[in-house]
Design a protein around this ligand. Structure first.
Ligand code: G1P
Length: 290
């Protein structure tokens, strides 16, 4: 079985939910407690054991790639000013033990199309993870949900989707799944259906795709066959729906909290919650909230 080492992170979206902040700045570079969203996500992938990151990107997003590159001028300046801890923090970003690839998504043809753009970088039959960077995940006691999914794939070769519980009002924002007990192994549930942004009435459950997926290479074949939807996009969820009719997809249940940082309120809440846990910001933010 091929080793799971690549995580695809689609970042070509224009971030319209965060305008005007995202007019000239990628939404992935917006800070949460002083650190760009994308850095949390890449660190999550590295911690989960991924060796390669594949950004599916757009011409307006070069600052994301630059963020993970060495910045000689900045480092020299911090060295000169003897800002040791800041220098170490900055160096650590470009020293992350991961290879970063970038592929351009020339046309905005949807999330499914973005993932399909990674086809040229995947070896034949190579599995991959997908990480949607809008969603920050904060596992309790440093639990890394993605790491569990990766380990399970390495043991069993089974694809999986991370599912969280959506509030009723949010069901229309997400991919909603239906699960069944696995008859052969009662400890796992299997995803048997997934619908993109259903109405509350049509939703098969309140379980939503949080934005962490692990798939065998076969998903690429299903993506290539997925038709454009009404809005002219190739939906990842449509490809998954066809894929799971032929392949077992395990459900993983989210441990911890999620923050949808791609919209204004989610982003603000994430800023407060992550600041409350930051050793430097904690005291000041708690005082302020009082
Ligand atoms: C995408 C997926 C959706 C998933 C969501 C998680 O939607 O299509 O299935 O639940 O991410 O954030 P988007 O946020 O791109 O509209």
């Amino acid at each position: 079985m091929n080793e799971l080492k690549k995580a695809i992170i689609p970042i070509a979206g224009l971030g319209t939910r965060m305008l005007p902040a995202t007019k000239a700045i990628p939404k992935e570079m917006l800070p949460i407690a002083g650190k760009p969203i994308i850095q949390y996500v890449v660190e999550e992938a590295v911690e989960a054991g991924f060796k390669e990151i594949v950004f599916i990107t757009h011409s307006s997003k070069t600052s994301v790639e630059n963020h993970f590159d060495t910045s000689f001028e900045l480092e020299a300046e911090l060295e000169k000013r003897v800002k040791r801890s800041l220098l170490d923090e900055i160096k650590a970003i470009s020293n992350l033990k991961v290879v970063i690839h970038s592929i351009r998504q020339g046309k905005a043809l949807g999330l499914g199309h973005a993932i399909l753009c990674a086809k040229s970088i995947l070896n034949s039959n190579e599995p991959f993870a997908i990480i949607l960077p809008d969603m920050l995940i904060d596992g309790p006691n440093k639990i890394n949900n993605l790491s569990k999914m990766r380990k399970e794939y390495d043991l069993t070769g089974k694809s999986s989707i991370l599912l969280g519980k959506a509030k009723k009002k949010d069901i229309k924002k997400y991919g909603i799944a239906k699960v069944n007990k696995n008859k052969l192994n009662h400890e796992t549930d299997i995803v048997i259906k997934i619908i993109e942004k259903p109405s509350l009435k049509n939703a098969p459950s309140n379980l939503f795709a949080v934005g962490r997926y692990v798939f065998s290479y076969d998903l690429i074949e299903f993506l290539s066959k997925t038709k454009f939807d009404k809005s002219g996009e190739i939906q990842l969820t449509d490809a998954i729906e066809s894929f799971l009719k032929k392949n077992q997809v395990n459900a993983h249940y989210l441990k911890g909290n999620f923050y949808d940082c791609g919209d204004k309120i989610g982003n603000l809440i994430a800023n407060i919650e992550y600041s409350k846990k930051d050793p430097i910001l904690k005291k000041a933010i708690l005082n302020h909230l009082k």
